[in-house]
Design a protein around this ligand. Structure first.
Ligand code: URA
Length: 200
C-alpha cells in the first residue's frame, strides 16, 4: 500500500475534532501521487461528504471547466482541501478544526511534492499568505524555495458573485506559464527553511 493510501485510511478513521460526528465520508483528496499541480480548497460540502470526493458539486463543475480551459482534466492534478470533513451547514472551518487537520495536509504535500500549489479561497491562502486579503493578492504567484504558491479565488465565490467569474478565469489562464517557471526550479524545500522570494 502506498504511503498516500495509508494516509487516506488514517484520515477515514480520524476522530480528532467534532466534525467526525457529523460526516458521512471523509474527503481526503484525490489525484496522481506525483502530480505537479496541487489545488487546495476549503472543506467538503454536501455532495463531497456524500461521495467522499473533493469538488464534485457546483464549484467542482466550474473547477473542471477552468481546468479544461488550460487543457487539463482533474485526473492530471491533485485536488485536496484544508479540512477533510464537512462542517455543518457548510459553515467556515474553525481554527481548531484546521489545526487538527493540518498534519494530514502537511503529509499530503510532503508525499506528493507538487511544484505548484494553487490555493482556492482564503482559508488555504492563509497557510502561505497570512494577514492579507485575497482581493489584493489573487493571481500573483510567489516562489518559496523550490515551489510556487499561487492564490486564486475559490470557484464558489465566482458562482455566488458573477463579477469574480472572469477574474477566476483569467487567473487560471496564467497557470501554464507559472508551471513552466516552477518546473525550472530545484527541489522544493520545507517551508520553514525556504527563503521567502517573490518570483514575479
Ligand atoms: N469546496 C471546497 O472548498 N472543497 C470541496 O471539496 C468542495 C467545495
Amino acid at each position: 500500500m502506498s504511503e498516500l493510501t495509508e494516509l487516506y485510511k488514517e484520515i477515514a478513521a480520524c476522530q480528532r475534532c467534532e466534525l467526525a460526528k457529523g460526516r458521512t465520508h471523509t474527503v481526503p483528496g484525490e489525484g496522481p501521487e506525483n502530480a505537479e499541480i496541487m489545488f487546495i480548497g476549503e472543506a467538503p460540502g454536501f455532495h463531497e461528504d456524500r461521495q467522499g470526493r473533493p469538488f464534485v458539486g457546483a464549484a467542482g463543475k466550474f473547477l473542471d471547466e477552468l481546468l479544461a480551459s488550460i487543457g487539463l482534466t482533474r485526473e492530471d492534478v491533485y485536488i485536496g482541501n484544508v479540512i477533510k470533513c464537512r462542517p455543518p451547514g457548510n459553515r467556515d472551518p474553525l481554527a481548531d478544526e484546521m489545526a487538527a487537520c493540518k498534519p494530514f495536509l502537511d503529509k499530503q504535500i510532503e508525499l506528493i511534492q507538487p511544484k505548484l500549489i494553487v490555493t482556492l479561497g482564503r482559508f488555504s491562502m492563509a497557510r502561505y499568505f497570512p494577514n492579507t486579503k485575497i482581493t489584493r493578492i489573487h493571481g500573483q504567484p510567489k516562489r518559496i524555495g523550490g515551489r510556487i504558491y499561487y492564490p486564486m479565488f475559490h470557484p464558489a465565490a465566482a458562482l455566488h458573485q458573477p463579477k469574480w467569474r472572469s477574474v477566476v478565469q483569467e487567473d487560471m489562464l496564467k497557470i501554464p506559464q507559472i508551471l513552466k517557471e516552477a518546473e525550472g526550479l530545484g527541489e522544493a524545500e520545507p517551508l520553514e527553511q525556504a527563503a521567502q522570494l517573490s518570483l514575479f
